[in-house]
Every structure is written in structure tokens, then in C-alpha cells.
Design a protein around this ligand. Structure first.
Ligand SMILES: NC(=O)c1ccc[n+]([C@@H]2O[C@H](COP(=O)([O-])OP(=O)(O)OC[C@H]3O[C@@H](n4cnc5c(N)ncnc54)[C@H](OP(=O)(O)O)[C@@H]3O)[C@@H](O)[C@H]2O)c1
Length: 344
């Protein structure tokens, strides 16, 4: 089969489009024909070598896949050949960890493209229990935008952030793949949502997906705008996809006793803030990492009901994986890019 693989860390060109052996499904596993593979910023970090010090080279990146069942391994039940499916983005590898909740805290938790072979390939094998039927009626390239951003948004906004109807929620970097989905989840939960952009060309995009207040941090003061919106106290919950020099502002923008969810570090992993900004007003800084199958099921139901829209920016053939990473690195993407493994 064709796959985009890396044999070393490095710049975009270390992503090579090659022929490799097609996996055979182990007992209880299913071989999926990947019709579309989503690209996340994490893949770019992994390729650079800035997140984990080693990967099992040669390595296939990619955590998101939409496809159809190609072959059933022994004892893999519940699916038929040709059925459209979507892969749960991360699951325990060992049976004794299957009941740990959330699954991301299981010692054997594996994310495709990080701990186990990823989705930038024509086929991937997945345990049947971590496969969901795709009843969305959407195109594979739309579905492939969903798993990581959808399931992690449910975890961060609903489970960790505890967002509820009437809350005011600030989502940092609303036009990012993750931010766009977090806005939609917060709106479904009944919140009012403020979001940040740095480029005016992304304002319409975040408004269309539900942002009530759009703050361009190039020329507006984030904390002032959020505090003035509308009761002068700040956000109940802040979802911070950026960290770096932005996290201190996220903490300031939260109301007293508010929650700040540390979700990503697109602005860098090193942060500095005055600890008094957190504990004097009893604000809570919480981490949210990956997701559980239940988060994905919750999110997929919202998609099926038409309450959440996939945010597909554009597709590229799998052979252009390096170009997809260049576009992510240059912040050229709104929502997600998707790779097509069978396109010429
Ligand atoms: N916790 C989890 O489970 C989880 C899951 C998925 C992703 N993440 C993390 O969440 C973050 C976002 O991921 P993603 O895939 O959604 O990213 P993405 O789609 O690539 O978007 C990131 C956006 O952040 C903005 N940005 C980049 N550098 C910035 C800076 N220095 N200051 C302000 N804004 C900046 C850019 O938008 P503008 O240029 O328009 O400002 C960029 O488009 C990443 O750190 C990722 O690793 C975490």
C-alpha cells in the first residue's frame, strides 16, 4: 500500500510517499480502507521532533481516519465488509485497560500516528471495539476532519471545562481546527462564545460557526474586551489552545473562580504568569489531553443530528502530505486539511 512515512525528525521533506506492506488485521481487529485522513498540528510537531524524543521509525503519522471496512480479523464482530466507519482517536492497547476512564489515562493508551501506526496510509488496522459506524451521511473527507478535534473538544469543553447553558466561554484561536470545534461544542451546550483571531480574514469563518464576540488580538486588548462582555467579570471558562505568552492573558480573562483549560501550545510550551493571578481569585487551571470513546460517541451524535459541522478547509492527495504540513506550520488553514490516500 501507499503511505506517507517519516524515517527521521526534520523539516517537511522528511515526509516520504512510499510503498509499504499492507497490515493484516490481528484477531478482534478490522482492516480499514482509509478514504480520507485528517491532518492535525500535532502531526507537524511529531514530524519536527518537538513533542516526543523518539518514534518507532519508519513511522506513519496521522490520528484521523474515515474509511470503509476492508477485512475482518478473527472474532471481529459488528461490522460488514464495505461499511463506512470512523476510527476512535486513541484507545488502550491492552485489554486490562479497556475499562479505564478516561481512556487517555490508561497506561497503554495509544494515539494513531504517535504510539501506533497512523492514518496517512491506504489501510490501517484498528480494534473493532474502537471503530464507530459512520452514519453521518457526510463525505469521507468531511468525516476525516472530525475525530481528534471533535472528541477532544467534547472532553475539554464539556467534561474538563464543565461548560453549561448560560456560561460565557472564551476560545483562544477560534479558526484553528481545535478552536473551531470547541466553539461549536460550547454553543451546543448553550454558552455564549468569544474567540480570538489574529488575522481579519478569519473573522467571518469564526462568526459563521457561532462565535458571538470576535476579538482580533493584533489590534484589540483581549482582557479588556472579555471583561466588558457583558457583565464586566470575565469568562466562566477559557479554552486555551495557545499557551506561550497567551496563557497569562487567558487567566486574566477568566472571572473569579473561573476555569482555564490548558489544551494546546500553538504559541509555545513555555509559559510565565504571576501565580497570584490564579489563586487570589480562586481560578482553576486544568489540563485536558486526548479523549475517550464516549467523547467521540457524544460528538458524533451531534454531527448526525446536524448540530455540529465538520470544518474542512481543503483536500490534498496523500502524496502531498509534506505540503499539508507546510500549510499548517504557516497558519494558512481554517479548520482542517484532509489527505486523500487514493487520489492521483
Ligand atoms: N489537548 C488535546 O487533546 C489536543 C488535541 C488536539 C490539538 N491540541 C493542541 O491544540 C493546539 C491547536 O491545534 P490545532 O490542530 O487546532 O491547530 P491549527 O489548526 O494548526 O491552528 C493553530 C492556530 O493557532 C494560531 N496561532 C499559531 N501561533 C500562534 C501564536 N503564536 N499566537 C497566537 N495564535 C497563534 C494560528 O491561527 P492565526 O494565525 O489565525 O492566529 C493557527 O492557525 C496545538 O498546540 C495542538 O497540539 C491539543
Amino acid at each position: 500500500m501507499k503511505a506517507a512515512i517519516i524515517r527521521e525528525f526534520g523539516d517537511f521533506e522528511v515526509l516520504k510517499y512510499e510503498d509499504i506492506a499492507t497490515p493484516k488485521p490481528k484477531p478482534g481487529h478490522v482492516l480499514i480502507k482509509v478514504l480520507a485522513a485528517g491532518v492535525n498540528r500535532l502531526d507537524h510537531y511529531l514530524r519536527e521532533g518537538s513533542v516526543v524524543p523518539e518514534l518507532p521509525f519508519p513511522h506513519i503519522l496521522g490520528a484521523d481516519a474515515a474509511g470503509e471496512v476492508a477485512t475482518l480479523g478473527d472474532g471481529a464482530n459488528g461490522f460488514v465488509i464495505g461499511e463506512r466507519v470512523v476510527v476512535v482517536p486513541g484507545y488502550p492497547q491492552n485489554e486490562e485497560d479497556y475499562d479505564i476512564y478516561p481512556a487517555s489515562q490508561a497506561p497503554s493508551f495509544g494515539l494513531p500516528g504517535l504510539h501506533i501506526p497512523g492514518t496517512y496510509a491506504q489501510y490501517i488496522e484498528v480494534p473493532a471495539r474502537y471503530l464507530l459506524k459512520d452514519d453521518t451521511g457526510l463525505k469521507p473527507e468531511e468525516v476525516a476532519t472530525l475525530p481528534v478535534v471533535l472528541a477532544t473538544a467534547v472532553r475539554a469543553v464539556k467534561e474538563v471545562g464543565g461548560v453549561k447553558a448560560g456560561d460565557k466561554v472564551l476560545v483562544q484561536a477560534g479558526a484553528s481546527g481545535s478552536g473551531g470545534m470547541q466553539i461549536q461544542i460550547a454553543k451546543v451546550l448553550g454558552a455564549d462564545v468569544a474567540t480570538t483571531i489574529r488575522n481579519a480574514s478569519k473573522a467571518d469563518f469564526v462568526r459563521q460557526i457561532g462565535a458571538d464576540l470576535v476579538i482580533n488580538t493584533r489590534d484589540e486588548d483581549l482582557v479588556e474586551r472579555v471583561k466588558a462582555w457583558p457583565d464586566g467579570r470575565g469568562a466562566d471558562v477559557v479554552i486555551d489552545n495557545l499557551s506561550g505568552d497567551v496563557l497569562a492573558k487567558s487567566i486574566e480573562a477568566a472571572k473569579p473562580t473561573g476555569v482555564i483549560v490548558a489544551f494546546g501550545f500553538a504559541a509555545g510550551p513555555d509559559v510565565t504568569f504571576d501565580i497570584r493571578s490564579l489563586f487570589f481569585a480562586q481560578k482553576q487551571l486544568k489540563g485536558s489531553m486526548a479523549s475517550d470513546k464516549r467523547d467521540m460517541e457524544f460528538g458524533l451524535k451531534l454531527v448526525q443530528e446536524g448540530n455540529i459541522k465538520p470544518l474542512l478547509d481543503h483536500t490534498l492527495p496523500l502524496s502531498s502530505a509534506a505540503e499539508a504540513h507546510r500549510q499548517i506550520a504557516n497558519n494558512e488553514v481554517k479548520g482542517n486539511i484532509v489527505l486523500l490516500p487514493w487520489a492521483a
